[in-house]
Design a protein around this ligand. Structure first.
Ligand code: NAD
Length: 244
């Protein structure tokens, strides 16, 4: 059996993605080159401590990230995943990404484990705001109480949103195939998701340009760029579904 056979025969396939799926859209991964921001480590900016110390610096980084994503488009990897969902093969995407590119590609059931760049949350009163475009002023302020707004994302050391986590665990438990794409698999608890699926008997297929921390537990490892490999796999799945 090859990967397309496994997917075409699956009953409940989920996709687990990380920053690598968006790399070909021009959105830097945390380990890739970040231009202007290369001299900062994400671990020094994506923390509650960094925000308390220097909210303007943290917001300048997030505004830059929002602008990069705003000017980016979903790539053929995102599109192939959305197509597999439309075909009824993929049931949901569980993502560590905060960029919203899966939704823009047409994926309907997307569980965001680490929040979204496209929401802010008041650090004082908790009000949540949706964003259509990057913030103007940094740091932005709450329209209700005047408090500091923060990006509605999960920072290092913070718990995951309970609803998203529970949904992802449930999806992993009932899945028979998990397609792991573009993640280094070192950020926990998110990286438990493929392990939970595997413990429940799921077949793990990984796509990455290089081996990751999850490769040892993968049943299939496809080395390559998500934007090239995923459309080929989707084509293979379509062929198999047609000849059934
Ligand atoms: P990571 O930066 O730790 O790892 C990226 C992985 O993608 C690596 O294993 C790399 O080999 C792989 N990769 C790079 N280009 C690829 C390609 N074209 N095709 C396939 N694989 C490719 O990212 P992570 O594992 O997601 O963990 C970092 C944390 O930071 C996560 O929470 C992540 O979501 C967040 N983050 C999100 C974004 C985003 O929303 N786009 C960007 C950067 C970081």
């Amino acid at each position: 059996m090859d990967v397309a056979d496994v997917l075409a025969a699956s009953k409940h396939c989920i996709v687990f993605t990380g920053a690598g799926i968006s790399a070909e859209s021009g959105v830097p991964t945390f380990r890739g080159p970040g231009g202007l921001w290369e001299r900062y480590r994400p671990e020094e900016l994506a923390t509650p401590e960094a925000f308390a110390r220097d909210p303007e610096l943290v917001w300048r980084w997030y505004k830059w990230r929002q602008e990069v994503v705003y000017n980016a488009r979903p790539n053929p990897g995102h599109m192939a995943i959305a197509e597999l969902e439309a075909l009824g093969v993929v049931k949901a995407v569980v993502t560590q990404n905060v960029d919203g590119l899966h939704q823009r590609a047409g994926s309907r059931r997307v569980v965001e484990l680490h929040g979204s760049l496209w929401r802010t949350r008041c650090a004082k009163c908790g009000a949540v705001y949706k964003l259509e475009r990057p913030v103007d002023e940094v740091p932005p302020r709450c329209g209700k109480c005047g408090g500091l707004l923060r990006p509605d994302v999960v920072w290092f050391g913070e718990p995951l949103p309970r609803g998203a986590w529970n949904e992802a665990v449930e999806l992993a438990r009932i899945s028979d195939v998990v397609l792991v794409v573009g993640t280094s698999g070192v950020v926990y608890p998110a990286a438990y998701i493929p392990h939970i699926a595997k413990e429940g008997g799921a077949v793990v297929i990984e796509i990455n340009v290089e081996p990751s921390a999850l490769t040892p537990m993968a049943d299939y490892f496809v080395r390559g760029r998500a934007g090239e490999v995923l459309p080929q796999i989707a084509e293979g799945v379509k062929k198999r579904l047609r000849t059934r």
